[in-house]
Write a protein that binds this ligand. Structure first.
Ligand code: SF4
Length: 230
């Protein structure tokens, strides 16, 4: 039987969930899941790699850094159950990219519109700082994942590490120079195949609380994504 793209993506995500390639990250995600944060003591933490989710036929791919220790690593879904998720989903809902303004758990009814979200690194790293080797290990998954999302026409990278993973992907497709693609907020680059690569500050509490990234900035950027989508 021929496998459809959604089945292939589901199989691929199932494979990711069982990955144990990075010893340090396996130890850390398990430790966080066992020790738990006080307010989530009754929560059954996910504690595994966190795959992407959303519309497999989406035009827009949103790329984050990695699951948060008590966000994605707890709930099993990227940008779910933490302050970054609260901010991002409120903004996404405002521009119609999601059906609701909250992202709390796997069973909260969230649906993304024409949008797929994924972390560049599928396991939570200590202090949100992955090693170069860990990023290389997980890039294999990221590369395959982007190739499976073959309806996409634009990619929004949230933060420098996510942006670097996106650039790495495109450098494997074309002869492009990193220096021509500096990371900054609201940079919109057109690649040789007319795909749009867009960069944003990460919606972390640090960036939001210091107003480096405001709701208006995020909503403005997200509202422009439709211009670059089918
Ligand atoms: S970060 Fe990626 S490659 Fe490393 S253990 Fe997690 S899923 Fe596997």
């Amino acid at each position: 039987m021929i496998k459809h793209d959604k089945d292939k993506l589901d199989d691929f995500n199932e494979e990711i969930i069982h990955c144990n390639d990075c010893t340090r990250l396996v130890d850390f995600r398990t430790k966080v899941a066992n020790e738990k944060r006080k307010q989530y003591m009754n929560w059954d933490y996910w504690g595994k790699p966190v795959p992407g989710y959303g519309d497999h036929m989406a035009s827009i791919i949103i790329v984050g850094l990695a699951p948060a220790a008590h966000g994605g690593n707890r709930t099993g879904r990227v940008f779910t159950g933490d302050k970054s998720a609260d901010f991002l989903m409120m903004c996404m809902h405002q521009v119609g990219l999601s059906n609701q303004p909250n992202s709390d758990s796997l069973h909260d009814g969230l649906k993304l519109n024409n949008c797929y979200m994924t972390p560049a690194l599928k396991c939570v790293p200590p202090q949100d700082k992955p090693t170069a080797q860990e990023l290389r290990n997980c890039f294999t998954y990221f590369n395959d994942e982007i190739n499976l999302l073959n309806n996409a026409t634009c990619m929004l990278a949230l933060g420098k590490i996510a942006f670097d993973a996106c650039l790495r992907f495109w450098r494997s497709q074309f002869e492009i120079k990193v220096k021509d693609y500096p990371f900054k907020h609201h940079a919109i680059y057109t690649l040789p195949n007319n795909f749009h690569l867009i960069s944003s500050y990460h919606p972390s509490p640090r960036n939001v609380n210091t107003r480096r990234l405001t709701k208006d900035m995020m909503v403005k950027l997200l509202s422009e994504l439709n211009k670059y989508s089918n």
